[in-house]
Design a protein around this ligand. Sequence first.
Ligand code: SF4
Length: 233
Amino acid sequence: MKNEAPGCARCPFATQERVCQKEEGQAPSFCPTATKEEAIEKALAELKKPEILEFAKQASIQEGEGYGDKELGFAQVKPIKPRVMEIIEFAHKMKYQRLGLIFCIGLRKEAKVVEKLFASHGFEVVSALCKLGRTPKETIGVRDDQKIRIGHSESMCNPIAQAFIMNDENTEFNIVMGLCVGHDSLFLKYSKALCTVLAVKDRLLGHNPLAAIYTIESYYRSLQSSASSRTGP
Ligand code: SF4
């Protein structure tokens, strides 16, 4: 019989009581720790590749270094680093010299700051904006009424070109900043180097998409289909 699809997001057990946290922990019927042995084994085999192992190890070390007061016990542990600092530290740990900065035109000011910041930490930075190439949206079948500025020529975002440029430039680590939903997917698919995301785009919420999730029981209740959870702001 086929196993149920994994559903960690629905896990009913307290975090520290789960089988993914301790050997004698609990597992629901849809638990991948209990049912997806083959995928877990395959992942471990992949980690035997030296370059992947080093990347995974440094990422975990970076994760651990993101907390302070560890000597005071788990309850006292505090986050101590913003993500941008983690990216800089991680890139140094990996001994990267050449970084890619892949950004949206809407975040050009931020990209300028980030580019300078990375350079000040000793990295070479290759940067590419989403609209590079000035390829009209019509090229991919977008109609005039589907553009932002109706009746005008509009360049499409070109994440595949952004990726090809980074690939040509041999960037060692690509940092994505504010690409649109879907454009980010294409960049991530075509980038040769491993990537991380400094910021995701949320035009409405100041690039903090979780604001809608934090307020889903109040201001963003209309996102839910169930009327029963509507409590009002
Ligand atoms: S791996 Fe299993 S125990 Fe851990 S969160 Fe997922 S379902 Fe729950």
